[in-house]
Design a binder for this molecule. Structure first.
Ligand code: GDP
Length: 455
């Protein structure tokens, strides 16, 4: 266990007024510090009571009572950080909580950096790096599937998978090393077939971990989405339908939306960062032309394209160009104005994911929800799958898989077993850095840099 010499403190609840505000203290002097600012009604000291118990009393600032408080005690190693921890709950006013923290800092604690509590938990072996990374995802999850995925990662689902793969590779590497040292001896536990079997299993395990990464990322981070189409096809009506309010100006006059109108909406389990763009057409109007240019740029940079077409008008060149664009990125083709006589040849969009709607009647949200989930690959996810939660985890896993594949190739091509062994070692190292068991400090710093203060 890493011994941190200083005792840290931070406000663990968000800024703003609320029922409660919590000041969290962790470190070897947590009880000493807390006893200087907290006096229990029954006269007991926090340093005297067992872990998982609470005392009611008051927090003092310069010997003057500041507020009533409940102090909750956790004794090392049975705490979030693995150290002695006190959580002081006071009334949740900004000023009160800040002053309670100030009293704690004056009593000898230092203010914690963002993520420092979780970093200590990681350093004290309470969780590995993958489980620690999931903490922030759990906090920021704003949908059921994202929450479930973060909780399962935090509880070690992916770590267990990684450890299984790593221990199989370690056994294989050890067998290889013995075989290389004593090639003439009969070693029943080692053969090229069993080695290949282990490599195949490792590759399957890693590819299962990598499989739903993109869909999981959509659940966690949302999608940059652009609504595009010719003027008057119903883009702004669609934007308003998805936003649930009149966000864009809807008129029958082509070219009304000249700028990009943006909004963030929640569609089922997915957050869409929506941009309603100027209608695509060639125009002599200078301002509108600039708007169209921005639209084209937005289409190129968006992750998801909602391409809108007016069913009541035959397709023109802009429609054909947009349909072509849809073939190069995740897109939903939206045939709008289904209430009017159809003139648009929908076979032009064959092979693309399409829905037919009447955006004006407002009743098509379920269709949009299903379409977006299908195109983004989240529809089949329940949240119970093992989902990696960061680019770092994904990169480690992918590199480990590349080494395993390379080991297989070398083995098949008849290279020496020593050479295969080097690839195995590299794959094992990647898995060790994935869980944080062998990782550079700079990487750990980067992981915790993204955390909020108090966590
Ligand atoms: P935009 O230029 O693509 O943003 O199109 P708007 O959303 O401003 O809509 C252009 C016109 O089409 C407006 O008069 C809307 O009321 C009309 N409109 C939009 N959706 C529908 C629909 O589903 N059916 C019918 N009949 N008209 C619609």
């Amino acid at each position: 266990m890493t011994q941190n010499n200083d005792t840290i403190a931070a406000v663990a609840t968000p800024q703003g007024s609320g029922g409660l505000g919590v000041v969290r203290i962790s470190g070897k002097d947590a009880f000493l510090v807390a006893d200087k600012v907290f006096r229990a009604k029954n006269g007991k000291k926090l340093s005297e009571i067992p872990g998982y118990t609470a005392l009611f009393g008051k927090v003092f600032r310069n010997d003057e009572p500041l507020d009533e408080a409940v102090a909750l005690v956790f004794r090392a190693p049975k705490s979030y950080t693995g150290e002695d921890v006190v959580e002081l709950s006071v009334h949740g006013g900004n000023y009160l909580v800040r002053e309670a923290l100030r009293a704690v800092l004056n009593a000898g604690a230092r203010v914690a950096f963002g993520g420092e509590f979780t970093r200590r938990a990681y350093e004290n072996g309470k969780m590995d790096l993958m489980e620690a990374e999931a903490v922030m995802n759990l906090i920021s999850a704003d949908g059921e599937k994202a929450r479930r995925a973060a909780l399962s990662l935090h509880e070690g689902a992916a770590s267990a998978e990684v450890q299984k793969i790593r221990s199989a590779l370690l056994t294989a590497a050890a067998g290889l090393a013995v075989f290389s040292d004593y090639p003439d001896d009969e070693l029943p536990e080692f053969s090229e077939e069993t080695l290949m079997g282990t490599l195949n299993e490792a590759e399957n395990g890693l590819s299962a971990l990598l499989k739903n990464y993109d869909a999981g990322k959509v659940l966690r981070e949302g999608v940059d989405t652009v609504i595009a189409g010719r003027p008057n096809v119903g883009k702004s009506t669609l934007m308003n339908l998805l936003s649930g309010c009149r966000r864009s100006i809807v008129t029958a006059i082509a070219g009304t939306t000249r700028d990009v109108v943006e909004d963030t909406v929640r569609l089922g389990d997915i957050t869409l960062r929506l941009s309603d763009t100027a209608g695509l057409r060639n125009t002599p109007d200078e301002i509108e032309r600039l708007g169209v240019e921005i639209s084209r740029e937005k289409i190129q940079s968006a992750t998801l394209l909602l391409a809108v077409f007016d069913l009541s008008r035959p397709a023109d060149e802009e429609d054909l160009a947009l349909l072509n664009e849809c073939r190069h990125r995740p897109s939903v083709v939206i045939y709008n104005k289904s209430d009017l006589t159809p003139e648009f040849d929908t076979s032009l969009g064959d092979g693309l994911y399409s829905i037919t709607v009447c955006a004006e009647d407002g009743g098509s949200l379920a269709l949009f929800e299903k379409a977006v989930a299908t195109v983004c690959g989240t529809e089949h996810l329940s949240g119970s799958e093992t989902l990696l939660c960061s680019e770092r985890q994904h990169d480690c896993c992918r590199r480990a898989m590349d080494y395993v594949k390379e080991a297989k190739r070398l083995l098949k091509s008849g290279y020496t077993l020593d050479t295969v062994g080097v690839c195995l070692d590299d794959a094992i190292n990647e898995l060790l850095s994935l869980t944080g068991e062998r990782v550079q400090n700079a990487v750990v710093d980067e992981v915790f840099r993204k955390f909020c203060v108090g966590k």
